[in-house]
Write a protein that binds this ligand. Structure first.
Ligand code: ATP
Ligand code: MG
Length: 303
């Protein structure tokens, strides 16, 4: 729990807070309004609202900057635990990368600050929460919804790659949703600057590309692979290479052992196969993705 004096207790006050917050966040987009960049934030600059969720290292709260009433998500992490688990460096990398990225489909990080016990990240508030929950609720997405999300993802990743940032950990758990169901990529904890080719084994098993399973070199085409796995999971409701144990998943990934349920269209299958290729250089480039016939389902005349 953070400073009790800044927590909103009374129901009336709380309701007013959320009503105001709701109308504000609906209007508030990062382009129109922004909180001024500052490097001297403290917890006293924020009123803290309801908890939004818990992560491994701490809690996320809805919060409002006192001066501008700008709504944000405040991620409060335990310093001791970060140090104990040797995660502080990774966190600082996440902070550095995310703070420098400005894109509609990338969760903004407005800044960060510390006190004795905690690290605070000031994040864009994602009004509709987690993509993962939406997928569970809907079981699977239609081709049109999938195309809508995939187009946003391609756009955001094209931007990341132009800044030499590889995300490496694209999966539904790391995607949040804004009020209008626009994707917000978050969790840059695993992402790296692509200046040097790296061979660390990381990311989630289900989304690991063959070149990472085999620990050979990889580059920004790993995100293309993950995009293929994501597209499959959106359309089918589960990732393509699931198996009972790690070894079996590894085997399925390296053999690209993929099966499609009958409801998946030929265009969708074709695009997934063009993203899930063994040789990284054979994967369809992001710049060509939107020209693929799968995206024709987004055309006006097909609505
Ligand atoms: P991990 O510790 O592995 O990253 P996590 O992603 O679930 O797990 P957090 O990133 O700390 O942990 O987030 C915890 C939860 O808080 C999320 O699952 C999400 O529901 C909510 N949340 C996080 N950031 C935001 C945000 N910017 N806007 C709205 N809700 C958020
Ligand atoms: Mg997270």
């Amino acid at each position: 729990m953070i400073h009790s004096h800044s927590y909103i207790h009374s129901n009336d006050k709380e309701n007013a807070f959320y009503q105001d917050a709701y109308s504000k966040t609906k209007k508030q987009t990062y382009q129109e309004e922004d909180i001024q960049p500052r490097n001297d934030w403290t917890i006293n600059d924020f009123e803290i609202g309801k908890p939004l969720g818990c992560g491994k290292f701490g809690k996320v709260y809805m919060a409002r900057e006192r001066r501008t009433k700008f709504i944000v998500a405040l991620k409060v992490l335990d310093k001791k635990q970060l140090i104990k688990e040797k995660m502080l460096n990774q966190l600082l990398r996440e902070v550095e990368i995310q703070t420098n990225l400005r894109h509609k489909h990338i969760l903004r990080m407005y800044g960060h600050f510390f006190d004795d016990r905690k690290v605070y990240l000031i994040l864009e508030y994602a009004g509709r929460g987690e993509m993962y929950k939406l997928l569970i609720e809907k079981k699977r997405f239609t081709e049109k919804t999938t195309a809508f999300f995939m187009a946003s993802m391609a756009n955001a990743l094209l931007y990341c790659h132009s800044k030499n940032v590889i995300h490496r950990d694209i999966k539904p758990e790391n995607l949040l949703l804004g009020y209008t169901h626009d994707i917000k990529i978050s969790d840059f904890g695993w992402s790296v600057h692509a200046s040097s080719r790296r061979t660390t084994l990381c990311g989630t098993l289900d989304y690991l590309p063959p070149e990472m399973v085999q620990k050979t070199h990889y580059d920004n085409t790993v995100d293309l692979w993950c995009l293929g796995v994501l597209m499959y999971e959106f359309l089918v409701g589960q990732p393509p290479f699931m198996a009972d144990d790690k070894q079996a998943t590894f085997r399925r990934i390296t053999n690209i052992d993929i099966h499609f349920p009958d409801h998946v269209s030929e265009n969708a299958k074709d695009l997934i196969k063009r993203l899930l290729t063994k040789r990284p250089q054979d994967r369809i480039p992001l710049s060509e993705l939107s020209k693929h016939p799968f995206f024709h389902c987004l055309d006006k005349k097909n609505q």
